[in-house]
Design a protein around this ligand. Structure first.
Ligand SMILES: O=C(O)CC[C@@H](O)C(=O)O
Ligand SMILES: [Zn+2]
Length: 533
């Protein structure tokens, strides 16, 4: 603890009790989600291997009444081909397939009967060439931590997992450029880089399970975007296998390259619908020598905003995260995960992280900001941490909200970009609109990025509740020129709402790109782009 005003509770007062959340299967119907098992110990979404009660998640095709597109059905000859190509890595056992057919939220379920685990780009290419010739649909899958149903099959698509493509290809300590295969787990990459004095430019709750290829395919945002920008800036190159098996080697490791169209941008955020990312070249920042965390309480949202503008002005280049959560989020984290908050009686909480190279300088800056925030009454209570363990504890209050929500009942999730001043009005309006028909309406998110996570819980799924939320939430967002998916993508669940954020000309052009790159539509069908009928 570096900075401590006498009136502030010490961070040491924070009592850490491991979540120990027991598995509690409860069926949530579309599009809400059922509570599920424990997260990664550091707040990441953990990959479950043998989840109990998987059969209880209804098939997506039945729940959403989807029509299967006319792809070929997998034949014994097809399976034999893949088993020859990938000996011991073309799996048909239900136990191997079950966790890959269901999403982390246990809200969508496919019925794939084949799981492929290639190790090389050449193998991915052979798989796709064969699938293209046979007209077999393919569902590329990374860590399966997505929140919009994009990472699991809808019907019987072959699951093409990057789990064994986890090799670091190179790291240049001068440029800070990392080149690795798509299946490397984000947290493992970060650990590897930390040993060399660097970090990954992105960090998210699912870090313990998510794959870098999946992060790029979904253009994941996360907690460090405010400081290091989006993957559209930090990814320098990609190797992608196209639907027909062509290997597109755009794995450049150059900061500057203005030779023609920047094709990698097409694949960033395309959610596996245009090609399968097999390797990534990414620019990694220096590991900060000093990290501080302030966890503060504000009484209203205007103070949350003013605290942001004040800290941005006073902390400048060392500000690395500005997250907010409302008191309802805190209640749920305390109730369901037994975490305890060191800051009391506030309507809003903000988490401010600084990352810099000189601890004395950074602490001085943070202290004068905190003094200003306290004396001007912007902030009423707070605590500061500088050591790793306490920083992790404070981060878990924010990072584990998603997990806490899954224990609260059926969850309706919305991931919205808005002009920052309007961010919380949507939560207030939604709360007033839903009244007693919702159990909890909570708002939290990456305030510094203008990104709200609006989550609504109810005891059980109800059509009338859904009708009260949608399309209201999308119309509200469109009215303020926001985006209906800030960072989670469209996947299966949000694809029909793309028109609230994109004009018809843009959607038409996207459909033309899709038709050009994947004429048979075999790559991650039923996702991202709206179905025509
Ligand atoms: O569950 C959510 O709504 C948000 C998940 C994630 O993007 C986060 O920022 O914690
Ligand atoms: Zn988020």
């Amino acid at each position: 603890m570096a900075w401590l005003r006498p009136c502030w509770p010490r961070c040491a007062a924070l009592r850490w009790r491991p979540g120990g959340a027991a598995w509690a299967p409860q069926l949530g119907k579309a599009p809400g989600v059922a509570p599920r098992g424990p997260w990664h110990p550091h707040g990441g979404r953990g990959l479950r291997t043998a989840s109990p009660g998987l059969g209880e998640v209804p098939l997506t095709s039945e729940r959403y009444r989807v029509r299967r597109l006319p792809f070929s059905r997998l034949s014994p000859q097809d399976v034999a081909f893949f088993q020859r190509l990938l000996p011991g890595r073309a799996l048909t056992e239900p136990a191997a397939l079950e966790p890959c057919n269901v999403d982390w939220l246990r809200s969508v379920r496919g019925s794939s009967t084949l799981l492929l685990k290639p190790q090389t780009t050449a193998e991915v290419s052979q798989v796709l060439r064969y699938c293209s010739e046979r007209n077999l649909a393919v569902n590329p899958q990374g860590g399966n931590t997505g929140l919009v149903g994009g990472s699991v099959p809808v019907f019987d698509e072959i699951i093409l997992s990057t789990v064994l493509m986890n090799r670091i290809i190179s790291f240049d300590t001068v440029s800070g450029i990392l080149v690795c295969q798509a299946g490397c787990i984000l947290e493992r990459l970060n650990e590897y880089l930390e040993q060399q004095g660097f970090i990954m430019p992105l960090d998210l709750g699912a870090k313990g399970s998510c794959h870098i290829g999946g992060n790029v395919a979904t253009n994941a945002g996360g907690l460090r975007l405010l400081r290091y920008g989006s993957l559209r800036g930090t990814v320098l190159g990609l190797e992608v296998v196209l639907a027909d098996g062509t290997v597109l080697d755009c794995l450049a490791s150059l900061r500057k390259d203005n030779t023609g169209y920047d094709l990698k941008q097409l694949f960033i955020g395309s959610e596996g619908t245009l090609g399968v990312i097999t390797a990534v070249s990414i620019l990694c920042p220096q590991k900060p020598k000093a990290v501080n965390l302030a966890f503060l309480g504000c009484q209203n949202f205007s103070q949350v905003l003013e605290t942001f503008t004040t800290c941005r002005a006073m902390l400048g280049e060392i500000l690395s995260a500005y997250e907010f959560m409302d008191e309802k989020c805190m209640e749920l984290v305390e109730k369901h995960l037994k975490l305890s908050c060191p800051v009391r009686d506030s309507h809003f909480y903000v988490l401010i992280e600084t990352s810099g190279s000189n601890s004395t300088h950074d602490e001085e800056k943070l202290n004068s900001f905190l003094e200003q925030a306290m004396t001007s009454g912007l902030v009423t209570d707070g605590t500061v941490a500088t050591d790793d363990k306490k920083i992790k504890m404070l981060w878990s209050l924010r990072e584990r909200i998603t997990e806490a929500l899954t224990h609260d009942g059926c969850v309706y999730k919305y991931d919205i970009s808005l002009p920052v001043g309007k961010l919380y009005d949507l939560v207030t309006d939604m709360r007033a609109r839903l009244g007693q028909s919702a159990k909890n309406v909570v708002g939290y998110g990456h305030l510094g990025d203008g990104n709200l996570h609006l989550n609504i819980t109810a005891e059980s799924y109800s059509h009338s509740l859904l009708d009260a939320i949608e399309p209201f939430v999308y119309e509200w967002t469109a009215r303020y020129n926001g985006s209906i998916s800030a960072e989670h993508g469209l996947g299966f669940k949000k694809k029909q709402f793309i028109q609230y954020s994109k004009p018809s000309e843009a959607i038409f052009l996207m459909q033309r790109f899709k038709a050009m790159l994947d004429p048979k539509g075999i790559l991650n069908p039923y996702k991202t782009l709206p179905s025509s009928s």
